[in-house]
Design a binder for this molecule. Sequence first.
Ligand code: GLN
Length: 487
Amino acid sequence: MTENHNTNTIAAIRLALSGGSATASSILESCLNRIDRLDSGIKSFITVARDRARDRARALDDKIKKGAATGKLAGVVVAVKDNINISGLPTTCGSRILNKYISPYDAAVVQKLEREDAIIIGKTNLDEFAMGSSTENSSFFPTKNPWNTQHVPGGSSGGSAAAVAANLACVSLGSDTGGSIRQPAAFCGVVGVKPTYGSVSRYGLVAFASSLDQIGPFARNVDDAAAVLSVLSGRDTRDSTSSPRSLDGLEDLSRVPIKGLRIGLPEEYFIEGAMAPEVASAVEKTVSTIERAGAHVKKISLPRTQYGVATYYIIAPSEASSNLARFDGVKYGLSSSGSGLIDSYKETREAGFGPEVKRRIMLGTYALSSGYYDAYYLAAQKVRALVAEDFRRAFQEVDFIVSPVTTTTAFKIGERISDPLSMYLADIFTIPVNLAGIPAVSLPCGLADSSGLPVGLQIMATHFDDVRMLGFAKSVEDLVQFKPLEI
Ligand code: GLN
């Protein structure tokens, strides 16, 4: 099968299918060919589900041939982060502890995608249990940044970001607890959306920190991210945090005119010295362009930003220590037959979890233990409320808040792995969004001069303003004219 199908965007796929110049199978094959050619160097996939994807593409082609109605994502090739369950395929979470675990059920988002005739091509690499910012914490292998394979793709959804950047799939899914969609999107030069907490069902997502986790899309442009989110969002009774409020207007997304918009620049996110100058300059250039297009740009303050990372590293590990208690060798995956129940728990968890996961479990268990609960977990929850209050106040004055996604471009593989604190600081600008539960999008806005690596612009909006946020992102995308990677 040739590689000349343009599978880059949903619009291109629609056109090719309706004009008869491609079939779902030929589009899939061109992605599989690219995986064969490129993924040994990038390593974005843990599992490529060739047979399953081919069967589904063939069934879709039959449906098209018969003239039957097809779904909104017909023939769109999707890669799924490997902490989201797909029936009959392994779910590894990048961990040895899920060794040989085959999922018996589909996550809600998988059901929704496939109901709309999307073709899922495989499961992507991630930091173990989504804990990390570089994909180096995967217990299988690190993923490489397709722009420069000496560099990390970001994390924890690094495989999903890299797969879309290298056009191994048209779109992909990630999960974002503290930045795991937006930071790798920024590092890989693709669009990544963290929707409002509660707008996408997490049924079938392996929980990391349940009060923060949210599933969202990666895509090569804003329209495609919005189209995928339109399919993912909506109430699901199987996730008690799923909201009845729907996100209307994502399909055929309208641009939000820039003229007259009030845009806030948080002064705490533009600190000289803390930020790589080339990131600052790419972001500032984009902000000037937005201003010239007629927006009122003003400085705002989110004074509790400085407490975000510390607050997150109490709340997220606390919830993780509880969520990960289920991996004890009894129900899932790896099971070590120690002498007696307690020993077998211990041996399984000792052998199955990697160092970062163990660190988080210990931090979380400590923060939740009696005598420390008030000083850590309860205090963190109070600070969290203050972080959310900062945003609430800001959104009374501005329509959107704009900032860099990260302080640097993609760092080198190995550079931060032995320094957890510097790794944790990769999420300094993304974490407050999760603490507040608001939506944010990472939009590629330029390349750093010295390295040629992408820079991301973060746009934040108030709760359930995802549609307008993406409409604004689409207008900014027009102005920026970012050129996706060609490989
Ligand atoms: N990098 C952050 C962490 O390690 C965020 C991860 C995420 O969003 N899943 O916890």
